[in-house]
Design a protein around this ligand. Structure first.
Ligand code: C5P
Length: 291
């Protein structure tokens, strides 16, 4: 029997994203809070005599299974840098997390690939090496190695795990067209702040008062997302009018998440947001990463 590993890997939202400044290397210095949510891509890794191969079994949108895919980039890095030998593996993907959405789907898949191949081929490398490779793949990838609730600093790749926050009921609303992350950062419309909101959010989460959490949500990239895609601001307004305790663009967008009082209220608000080609998901936050 060929060995195989199946993983479900989650999306994220950022309840806080502060842009602290622009760096000499072109990236932006950030202080941001990551939170995994129960919207999962499904990945399956099995040993194969036919080399490295990615098969997309299911995807609601066009998705290339070529070298531009972060799953294949992660697999190649795993073989060269961690295992230091080429092995055959068939990777199957069921894609559920929208692309170019601010939900971290590609980064989550990349992290799950490092984790999946590590357990399939039982490499001897420690978590430190895996973290370094994850940071090479993208700023959001290290977070997804552990998931849950965490603070990100640097360009977002330096992760400090936080005690998981209270379970939150969210509505995710993603307009049909995605948005390119570099375009948002390079628009010149981001608001710079000093990192206090990210720091203070730890205590707000610990207190667990949903109305307070709703009021504390902040994203310095939001004005840039609204500038590039004015309809996103209208989505935020509608979420608040429908009763969300707070609403915010996630990451560089264009997905907006609304915080609800309960899962049933999240479903109710979600039903009001359907239409106009939006993808709408009522989800709960989860305290872990890939499972
Ligand atoms: O690290 P990642 O490949 O996900 O970043 C994609 C792009 O987003 C970068 O090339 C850069 O334009 C922008 N970015 C940034 N500052 C960050 C993270 C991303 O400017 N901290």
């Amino acid at each position: 029997m060929t060995a195989s590993i199946a993983l479900k890997t989650p999306a994220k939202v950022n309840p806080i994203l502060e842009v602290l400044g622009k760096r000499a290397d072109g990236y932006h210095e950030l202080a941001l809070v990551f939170q995994t949510v129960a919207l999962y891509d499904e990945l399956d890794f099995s040993e194969s005599p036919r080399g490295l191969h990615l098969e997309i079994l299911e995807s609601p949108f066009p998705l290339a299974a070529d070298d531009s895919n972060l799953i294949l980039k992660a697999a190649k890095l795993f073989f060269t840098e961690i295992l230091q030998e080429e092995r055959g593996v068939q990777i199957r993907l069921k894609k559920k997390i929208p692309l170019a959405a601010g939900l971290g789907g590609g980064s989550s898949d990349a992290a799950a690939t490092l984790l999946g191949l590590d357990s399939l081929f039982k490499s001897q490398e420690g978590a430190g090496k895996r973290m370094a490779l994850a940071a090479q793949l993208g700023s959001d990838v290290p977070f997804f190695l552990t998931g849950g609730t965490a603070l990100g600093t640097g360009r977002g790749e330096k992760i400090t795990a936080w005690t998981p926050g209270p379970e939150m009921a969210l509505v995710l609303v993603k307009p049909q067209e995605g948005l390119s992350t570099p375009a948002v950062y390079q628009s010149g419309k981001a608001v710079m702040t000093k990192g206090d909101r990210a720091h203070d959010f730890k205590a707000v989460l610990r207190e667990g008062n949903m109305a307070k959490i709703g009021r504390a949500l902040f994203n310095g990239l939001e004005p840039a997302t609204f500038f590039l895609r004015p309809e996103v601001e209208a989505i935020k307004k509608r979420l608040l009018e429908a009763g969300a305790l707070g609403a915010l663009v996630s990451g560089s967008g264009p997905t907006v998440f609304g915080l609800a009082e309960s899962p049933s209220q999240a479903r109710h608000i979600g039903a009001e947001m359907e239409g106009k080609g939006h993808s709408v998901f009522a989800v709960q936050t989860v305290p872990v990463g890939a499972i």
